[in-house]
Design a binder for this molecule. Sequence first.
Ligand code: ADP
Ligand code: ZN
Ligand code: ZN
Length: 742
Amino acid sequence: MQPTILNIALDVPLNRTFDYLSGDFNAHIGNRVIVPFAGRNLVGLVLEVKHTSDYPIEKLKPVSHVFDDIVFDTPSFNLLKFCADYYHYPLGQALISALPLRLRQLKPAITRKQLAFQSVQTADACQILAQIPAKKVLLHRIIAAMKASPVLAAGDAALISTGWKKAMVELKNMGLVTEHEVLAVKASMPSSTIVPKLNGEQQQAIQSVLALTHSFKPWLLHGITGSGKTEVYIKILQQILQTAQSQVLVLVPEINLTPQLEARFRSRLSQYPLVTLHSNLSENERLQNWLAASTGTAKIVIGTRLSVFTPMPYLKLIVVDEEHDGSYKQQDGMRYHARDVAMVRAKQLNIPIILGSATPSLETWNNATRASNTNKSQYGLLTLKQRAVQNAQLPSIFCIDIAKSPTENGLSPLLVKALRERLKRGEQSLLFLNRRGYAPVLHCNACQWVSSCTRCAAKLVVHLSQKRLKCHHCGLEQNIPLQCPSCGNADIKPIGQATQRLEQTLQALLPNARIARVDRDSMRSKDALTDMLAQVHAGAVDILVGTQMLAKGHDFPNLTLVGVLDTDSALYSPDFRAAEKLFAQLMQVAGRAGRADKAGEVLIQTAFPQHVLFDALRSQDYVSFADAQLQERIAMQFPPSSFFALLRAEAADFSVVNQFLTAAGNLARTQKSIDLKHEVMVYDVIRPQMERLKSMERGQLLLQADTRLALQRLLKMWMPEIRGLPIANKVRWSLDIDPLEF
Ligand code: ADP
Ligand code: ZN
Ligand code: ZN
């Protein structure tokens, strides 16, 4: 008899898969296995079960073990195969790194199970049901609950009534429910949140999406903060989840920054088991939640970028909230963009996908407004123009010209005046300064020495409370010197503003104000942010000082002033996406003001009040800003009107980096195919802005193509050649398709 051969994916940096004998094990596609590899044991995934191999069968080794858990289904395999191909990343590494850590280990995954009840839905059962007398109220309540979700976990049943156990026995005896073990999912508590009556725009958006739920259809839901996008998602989810065997995936940029979102979904969709997937979970929680999603127990998955790969057998809809957010892009390993992967997944599964944002990425805006109308993947554009809450006004946005109203310790007199007014009225204010620490640099007035990191091309940031200088890029720390290390001058000073210093300045200026700071330093512990937000809501804080951590999705009804400090460097940045990012960020921060019935005011301190970006911002006109930016991009042939790939390399010695990138560039230029030469442009080797990081000298090579196809064709031929370069082993290199950072 022919032996059974398993084709197996392994987490090794080689662009191939491996054949092993199945031995006595009965293995299936998607099983985890343990195999001997180069003297070690590795976890692998079965990609194929077959009877032939390109290798001599007598040379194949048997697998050491086959676990009985199937961790990937075929659609998930297909998605990851597409990604490995598109991002030119080894398939085995792509697959295994998409698994929760517990499933990458050489031991069986322990699953936490709990008792659950499943309603029996046969004609007989219906008859028996009809005969239960009306006075058996509890039985009817349980049956009603099980209509919404046929599987009821013991924990959820307990929420219905204390007498649930006896009632369940009765139902079991009648043959109306059966008892099982299911994966434990944290129950959601229904709460008495008010369900708003949807406005016309919201209803229109919901109807449009619900009219086309059985095929691939991308939607852009464009609406300013507070326009009711989340309400639209919730309503659509409610409809879609009513069908048995359905699941939805909601992607969010950083869930730990938006605890309110999870709470809202839990309270409004409490009948559907919901799990979250993000980096703040313990490895065990992550495993349980992942299994609940991949077995179909969890109906709703809210997760950050990696969760886009979670197997969900009944997936019927994907929502990508804040689709423009840069944190959807993975910055090491396989450098995927979760929004783009979600789009591919929706297409493969033939289901709808909603991208939501107040400030869509220009790529998405392009797809929703310019791409050809005949294209089946043309995005539908849904717009919410008004703030949803009655009477909630858009905040007024003003620039404070700091040339005319100079700042003192970072604050202009006009901004201070506005802060005092809020204090008097008992309203809250927020000051946005996207720089943590005390001051960005320490400086010597005598010799112009500045505190610099020895390992990075970056300044050491002053952290006065700890009396330390810190590099925010590599973690290097030093004591603050008492005199200039270069000339001995004792008069060295912190220059510029960061959040700690701003907090101190404010406290001196407004001694009666209750000030709170929100940044990565003050919010280290897991629950710190949630606690802080609760304090703000309780009115225990007058002025919030914070970084972009504060910009995301928090609702502060009593907040009427937002001050923006020091964003000018982004206005004239060499990064062609800087303006787009700044606009999105400022719109988001501005959205924190005046959420309830109090008018909000946003004051931006700038030396360039005439800049077009501020014009658009003052009129809160995303559309004209985006259209103008898009015109500019097209004129300059930047994405989305062309496609980039960036080859990055680093080594201790830049000349090695340069040799590698130059050789790679030459290979790309001499590709035989003639038409490629016209379609793909290979630039010269350049150094990124951060020339050195963690003692590694860095360089990069940019490729630009008119079409994705041309780029992919070149990369397919080029990548094996790069891997074959002898010097490739002397550098650390990576390829970034559709890079966001340059
Ligand atoms: P977004 O997600 O666009 O920021 P939300 O859905 O969070 O907007 O809505 C903002 C606020 O307005 C929430 O408090 C929400 O409950 C409320 N809201 C949403 N839709 C309506 C509506 N049609 N009528 C009244 N309030 C609404
Ligand atoms: Zn000096
Ligand atoms: Zn450093």
